[in-house]
Ligand binder design. Sequence first.
Ligand code: 9MG
Length: 266
Amino acid sequence: MAAEPKIMAVLNVTPDSFADGGCYFATDDAVKQGLVLIEQGADIIDVGGESTRPGAAIVSLEDEIARVIPVVRELAKIVDIPISIDTSKPEVMTLAVQAGASMINDVCALGADGALDAAAELQVDICLMHKQGNPRNMQDNPVYDDVVGEIADFFAGRVEACIAAGIDKNRLILDPGFGFGKTYRHNVEILRRLKELKIFNLPLLVGLSRKSMIGQMLGNRAVESRIIGSVSAAIMAVQNGANIVRVHDVLQTKDALTILNKVEYD
Ligand code: 9MG
């Protein structure tokens, strides 16, 4: 029987993330929020210090370290669930793992200079996410002939690069990157065809929470009113093969997954 799906809770330590920017910018507040997320049912906490929303400002290495490392260090002292570091910078990956993180969530799929080698050295779990373009231009006019096929080709290349760098394949998790260089139609198609990305025999992680496709589906709904839509999409993703859902609204997602699990796993 497949393992029960897991909840990765978003903990942004940024002044400008699109869904919760600025709420947990101080270390103490972020740590307290981490504890709340665990209480609500999080299986993994994903700590990030640089917003990846379209048009977000670039954060310097020093600022990112100052934001996330104290939070990872303090949380690691007091929690016993995995802490993931949401970063593309190899230096941040290394410091975060030294501070207690046991997973890397990289929206650049270890594409930055030095990231493959750093990750190989660290021997932790790694989420490789697909994107087209970068946060500054990715929504300009994304084009694919076959969005799911091209994501699968990208995964094949990155898995091969990771193995060549000495990373254990069993450490890898794949993520199609909803909203990262994709139109509304691309996102819907990926969700519908998610199972096709199970060909690698690796877990799938998806992040749909509060994203614009949810807002668009609900008639341009504001970010703070996308909770039920986000939970519905997370459940659909799990039914289509997702093993981990990255969410803001842990309590609500946990309830919905509990209902699903009672039917699927009990
Ligand atoms: C950091 N971040 C924002 N959205 C994300 C998504 O969909 N997946 C992953 N892995 N990380 C994300």
